[in-house]
Design a protein around this ligand. Structure first.
Ligand SMILES: NC(=O)c1ccc[n+]([C@@H]2O[C@H](COP(=O)([O-])OP(=O)(O)OC[C@H]3O[C@@H](n4cnc5c(N)ncnc54)[C@H](OP(=O)(O)O)[C@@H]3O)[C@@H](O)[C@H]2O)c1
Length: 286
């Protein structure tokens, strides 16, 4: 990697940040396009977020990825927030445009791009079940609703969280939205007509916990998707595969949300295949 007086800096703010695959993905992409940019992880504690955000401008950095636990709290420190990120209530990408810090959320769009690339699925007119109502789910739910599905069922362990999110998004979209407790038997009637079932919780991450979903009630054409990418093939996806259902892993979302950020920072088309290979390599090395 060449570092000179012209080198630009981008990176990621998170706490913890050690587990991130983003440096591997972005540095591979900058190198592939011969761009003199370096991407660095920064562990930023919650009480240091304001100063860290100001430093993006002070140090003339290109931009920053934002991860747990800063995605919501960073909004108030930015000059402008893109309309979609504002409605989602979370930012995962900051762009430093001539000293103005602009916030975007690329998670949900990255998810939809990857889902279409891997399975051909688009939300329009479809019945969809989303499990989870945390940060990642908010962005996925928002972009799925923007794709004009017929109905969305949002299931969460803490049902109040799903109900609050459904209430918040209902006035924005002309879609039938139902919030339910995450319980296999409560989901079963919805599964019978579902075209897509997505796990957007951390269940199954590093093999911890299990998503209780009525896969046996899904129609044969249904797609089962998991945003967890450690392991790449989660218990949920293995079970879906054994039932002959089409599956979608979390790797593509990781790559595509990063690819959109890359394009916002550089104005260049992201080398998605290079980024995908780098992510896979980094996953195997961890
Ligand atoms: N592929 C990608 O690019 C990508 C991007 C972002 C995130 N992710 C992954 O997505 C997962 C969720 O991230 P997040 O940022 O949304 O986290 P988060 O905001 O902390 O939300 C966690 C979600 O998981 C649920 N959950 C956690 N433990 C549970 C359990 N034991 N039983 C039932 N539900 C449980 C929570 O339910 P409650 O509301 O009841 O607590 C909530 O819905 C993580 O594994 C993360 O690595 C992947």
């Amino acid at each position: 990697m060449k570092i000179s007086g012209h080198t630009k800096v981008a990176g990621i703010f998170g706490d913890p940040v050690e587990q991130t695959l983003s440096p591997a993905i972005h540095n591979a992409a900058f190198e592939a396009l011969g761009l003199e940019i370096v991407y660095v992880p920064f562990r930023v504690e919650p009480n240091g977020l304001k100063e860290a955000t100001a430093s993006i401008k002070a140090l003339n950095m290109l931009g920053m990825s934002i991860t747990i636990p800063h995605k919501e709290k960073i909004l108030k420190f930015l000059s402008t927030v893109d309309l979609h990120a504002k409605e989602i209530g979370a930012v995962n990408t900051v762009v430093n445009r001539d000293g103005k810090l602009i916030g975007y959320n690329t998670d949900g769009m990255g998810y939809l791009l990857s889902l279409r690339e891997d399975t051909g699925f688009t939300p329009k007119g479809k019945n969809i079940i989303i499990i989870g109502a945390g940060g990642a789910s908010r962005s996925i739910f928002y972009y799925i609703l923007s794709g004009r599905p017929k109905s969305v069922v949002l299931a969460n362990r803490t049902v109040k969280r799903a109900q609050a999110l459904a209430k918040e998004f209902r006035p924005k979209f002309n879609v039938e939205i139902t919030a339910v407790q995450l319980e296999q038997e409560l989901l079963r009637p919805y599964a019978q007509n579902a075209d897509l079932l997505v796990n957007a919780t951390s269940l199954g991450m590093m093999g911890r916990g299990k998503v209780e979903a009525p896969l046996d009630s899904l129609p044969p054409h249904a797609v089962v998707s998991d945003i967890v990418y450690r392991p790449l093939k989660t218990g949920l996806l293995k079970k879906a595969e054994s039932r002959g259902l089409k599956t979608h892993t979390g790797l593509g979302m990781l790559v595509h949300q990063g690819a959109i950020a890359f394009e916002l920072w550089t104005g260049e088309k992201a080398p998605v295949e290079v980024m995908k290979k780098a992510a896979l390599r980094a996953l195997r090395l961890q």
